[in-house]
Design a protein around this ligand. Structure first.
Ligand code: CO
Length: 226
């Protein structure tokens, strides 16, 4: 859901309704994943798990840390700066990111059950990419407009509550990963010309997936406006 810019009341409404939706999600009491995660574990568009609901996390400590560590491993190996659990087939509200994109540099963030408390009215536009929207030579990139500052609440790997203010590139990475937890992919936010510029590549990825998984029920991009 994206509130119209300039309307604080609408923005608040959108946040309240998003919150209510999160509260109604089931809580997972077990962590299951395909360990160890590898580059092949990163699901590619239009895999249905990228659009599936993500449960809230009810397991913390050592098992969650192990999953987060494996997610960081594949994220760095694939030159990413952020990764959401559904991208590795785990439909839980978990994200990891490091805006520096390199092990040992920057700050590694592991956020469970994150939510956006408030977002700035001011936004900016920057080109993004996504590890789930590139397949070999086919790479989707495009401008996305997002608030420049956000206040967020989440739980850390131990389950402790954290509140953070994120700005600039970190705020952008968080919002991209947060979208994944709601089944939103970054091209859903493309302006029409950006979507058109990427249409052939998106269709190519859809065709590749459907060729490997015939008859599967995937959400495809809307046809071009006549
Ligand atoms: Co992504």
């Amino acid at each position: 859901m994206q509130a119209r810019r300039g309307s604080a009341a609408l923005r608040e409404l959108a946040e309240v309704s998003r919150e209510a939706k999160i509260e109604s999600l089931p809580v997972a009491t077990e962590l299951e994943w395909d360990s160890p995660l590898t580059l092949e574990s990163i699901l590619k568009y239009p895999h249905p798990k990228l659009r599936a609901p993500n449960a809230r996390i009810g397991v913390f400590g050592e098992p969650l840390q192990r999953l987060a560590n494996e997610m960081f491993d594949v994220m760095y190996r694939d030159d990413g700066v952020g990764l959401a659990a559904p991208q590795v087939g785990v439909n839980l509200r978990l994200m990891v990111f490091n805006a520096a994109g390199e092990r040992g540099k920057g700050e590694e963030m592991v956020l469970a059950n994150p939510r956006i408390v408030s977002s700035s009215k001011r936004s900016d536009t920057l080109e993004e990419g996504c590890l789930s929207l590139r397949l070999g030579e086919t790479v989707i990139n495009g401008d996305v407009t997002r608030p420049v500052q956000i206040k967020i609440a989440a739980q850390d790997v131990t389950g402790a509550r954290v509140r953070l203010t994120l700005e600039g590139f970190e705020a952008r990475v968080f919002q991209h990963e947060f979208d994944h937890l709601d089944g939103v992919l970054f091209h859903d936010r493309f302006a029409p010309p950006t979507l058109e510029a990427n249409r052939a590549k998106l269709l190519e990825m859809e065709e590749a997936y459907l060729a490997a998984h015939p008859g599967s029920d995937v959400r495809r991009i809307a046809p071009a406006a006549a």
